[in-house]
Design a protein around this ligand. Structure first.
Ligand code: MD3
Ligand code: FE
Length: 204
């Protein structure tokens, strides 16, 4: 059942479970062309999260700032396409959450968290149109998601995210501060050894 975190933010527990194995294979295929790398932030520090992208635009960061770019700066090549099954899943999430009129995403960021990797509180504001919702899919190791307010100093809720969970948010919840606590080591028989998060956005 959809769990409303805000007026326009919904957690769809397990919505991606049936597609999860195939989506992990898709990540493997995509990152053979556009390998995971640790981007450097404008402040000069390498992110603990490794990133790649697919779609017409990919998210990149360097000393000059954050932006969306049509090619992978490592290869000069266009980013791989967003797989059809990812677009179908995003459409189902939009329908369930009341964003059915929003169109397909054109940018997809893929984050890979090794144990210990984290994402500090931030807003996603590099996209042109804040009206379009963002769909995120969590795969692999579990994590604790931080759901804050409009100011960095606002209090935040902690929300466990597991393999197959889908989050979608837009509208009044689009610019909330959010982050991810350092990911814990998986159990010894827990494969894979990473958490993956896919965020499909409309960037252009
Ligand atoms: C709620 N990724 O890539 S996804 C990011 O799990 C990012 O890797 C996190 O933040 C991750 O920018 C969180 C869920 C999420 C993302 C952005 C939000 C929830 C959000 C923006 C506003 C409100
Ligand atoms: Fe974010």
């Amino acid at each position: 059942a959809p769990l409303w975190l805000g007026e326009e933010a919904v957690l769809l527990k397990g919505l991606a479970l049936a597609d999860a194995d195939a989506m992990m294979r898709d990540i493997e295929t995509i990152t053979q062309c556009a390998p995971f790398r640790h981007m450097v932030t404008p402040g000069g520090r390498a992110m603990s999260v490794a990133t790649s992208s697919c779609g017409d635009l990919g998210w990149v960061s360097d000393l000059r700032g954050y932006r969306y770019a049509p090619t992978d700066p490592e290869s000069g090549q266009p980013w791989p396409a967003i797989p059809e099954r990812w677009l179908r899943l995003a459409m189902r999430a939009r329908e369930l959450a009341g964003f059915a009129s929003a169109g397909d995403p054109d940018a997809c960021l893929i984050n890979r968290y090794a144990p210990g990797a984290r994402l500090s509180l931030h807003q996603d504001r590099d996209e042109r149109d804040f009206g379009a919702p963002i769909v995120s899919v969590s795969l692999g190791l579990p994590a604790v998601f931080l759901w804050g307010g409009d100011k960095r100093s606002d209090p935040y809720r902690t929300i466990p995210l597991e393999h197959g969970d889908v989050l979608i948010w837009g509208g009044v919840d689009r610019l909330r501060f959010h982050g991810v606590r350092p990911v814990a080591q998986g159990g010894s028989q827990q494969a894979p050894g990473f958490r993956y998060n896919i965020t499909m956005r409309k960037a252009a």
